[in-house]
Design a protein around this ligand. Structure first.
Ligand code: GLU
Length: 476
């Protein structure tokens, strides 16, 4: 009976990235953002950006800008936001009042000293320190609020039962409510706390899937209880394991670059970075090299590994080179240009960046290395006297002089240059390298260069002749 098949319209998937702007966007955060973005894109859903800036002391505009820049660089576009929590205070306040009125939350007047004393007594008895509920309305009917104590607001956590969720990365997680105490949801200065704001935001922004670092796993059962108290079904949770450094320790500044934009400065392509970040804990079969659109097509939460992943510089370098090879040359040249400028190279005189890119993309792993390797194409290298003395000796001096003559006659094409190099060697019964190596030393200041005929062609006849003549004079 085909007509009776129920049609289920899937709810739109809505994910969010919710960074606290207290520092750079580090690799772990960028990976979380990437997964949330890719999941939304895969399902043609919405990706929301929310800036969790309620910690006014540690949040800065510079950090917010760094997050926005990093996301723009990686191409993680968002459909809604950025929403700033500090601009939503009225909404939090209104919900707190409502929860107080409905008995879902209550004022607690316990002082810091009382809390300390409770904690010590519990520890002395070998118990886990937890708030004992003494200001719950039923326990404090006859108690007068002490003068001068500004109360916090606590959420009335259920006493019975367990909180259970099917984490899409970690599997089923169960926590007994007896393990959880009544969480502070607003501090004594009235400021709502992180766990509370997150829930209100995830409800208001209609988030269906929370993908975040597993450092938040302990917060999740508390947040689920608040969702339920407010009559909302909690979203699906996927807690992604940490990114470890190469040595297996938690990734930190010790490991070198931690901010995403440091990789931009180091000459990595955003395409490679996205590819690399995706492979930190996620896989699609044996695919290693892929683009952001391919990632979006493939991305499913089930393929996230529950084991921590490790950063690997060699792999990042390899991926970067693979992506450099995949870019059209014109585009790679355009990407190279700012890196040439950062090396103080004036690229308006000399070879086109796309030609440089073609020469070096098989030999360098980053745009910084490419720009550095290309320096001699734009600037006369500092002569290396020892190298010149080693390369230019009586056996090849005559051949080099004849080559200079020949270079003034020929058509300046790669083929003709190559012919002249070989002919000059042959005439003096030398092997081609006995001519090509000294020419490299003379024009490039090094013996490790790409094809010398192409380099000379790019340098042009005049520049080539000038460098050869000047260098020969030094060794004469
Ligand atoms: N603001 C939190 C953080 O940066 C993330 C909160 C969340 O994703 O739920 O760690």
């Amino acid at each position: 009976m085909p007509n009776s098949t129920p049609i289920t319209i899937p709810a739109t998937i809505r994910t969010r990235f919710a960074p606290s702007p207290t520092g750079f966007l580090h690799l772990g955060g960028a990976r979380t953002a990437l997964f949330s973005w890719a999941y939304a894109r895969h399902h043609h859903g919405a990706f929301v950006l929310r800036i969790e800036d309620t910690d006014r002391e540690r949040s800065t505009q510079a950090a917010t800008d760094a997050i926005l820049d990093s996301m723009a660089w990686l191409g993680l576009d968002y459909d809604e936001g950025p929403f700033y929590q500090t601009r939503r205070m009225a909404r939090y306040r209104e919900t707190l009042d409502d929860m107080l009125a409905r008995g879902l939350a209550y004022y607690c007047y316990m002082t810091q000293e009382e809390l300390e004393a409770l904690r010590e007594a519990q520890m002395a008895r070998g118990e886990k320190p937890r708030y004992d509920g003494r200001w719950r309305p039923e326990n404090s009917v006859r108690k007068e609020p002490p003068a001068g104590v500004k109360p916090v607001i606590r959420f009335r956590n259920p006493d019975e039962g367990t909180v259970v969720w099917e984490d899409r990365v970690k599997g089923r997680i169960e926590i007994a409510n007896s393990e959880l105490d009544d969480l502070v949801i607003a501090r004594s200065d009235g400021m709502p706390t992180y766990n509370f704001c997150v829930v209100i935001d995830d409800i208001d922004m209609r988030i269906t899937h929370v993908i975040r670092g597993d450092d938040h796993v302990n917060n999740t059962p508390r947040q689920i209880n608040i969702f339920r108290a407010l009559g909302s079904e909690p979203p699906v949770f996927a807690h992604v394991p940490t990114v470890l450094g190469e040595d297996g320790q938690k990734l930190s500044k010790r490991h070198g670059a931690v901010g995403v934009m440091e990789y931009e400065s180091a000459g990595y392509l955003p395409e490679a970075m996205v590819n690399f970040l995706a492979r930190l804990g996620w896989a699609h079969g044996n695919d290693e090299v892929f683009s952001a659109p391919m990632l979006c097509e493939w991305f499913e939460l089930d393929a996230i590994s529950p084991a921590p992943s490790r950063f690997n510089t060699d792999k990042l370098r390899w991926l970067n080179q693979e992506h450099m090879k995949m870019l059209p040359l014109d585009e790679l040249g355009r990407r190279l240009l700012p890196y040439l400028q950062r090396e103080n190279i004036d690229a308006t005189h000399g070879p086109a960046p796309k030609d440089v890119a073609e020469l070096f993309r098989e030999r360098t792993a980053t745009l910084v290395e490419m720009a550095q390797a290309a320096r001699f194409l734009y600037m006369v290298p500092v002569p290396d006297r020892a190298l010149l003395d080693e390369q230019i000796q009586s056996h090849n001096r005559q051949a080099l002089a004849e080559l200079l003559e020949e270079f003034q006659q020929i058509n300046w094409t790669r083929e003709a240059i190559n012919g002249a190099l070989k002919a000059a060697a042959k005439k003096q019964s030398l092997k081609p390298p006995q001519i090509m190596m000294p020419v490299r030393a003379l024009v490039a200041g090094t013996l490790t260069t790409p094809a010398i005929d192409r380099i000379l062609e790019l340098l042009g006849r005049e520049e080539t002749l000038a460098r050869l003549q000047d260098g020969m004079k030094i060794t004469a």
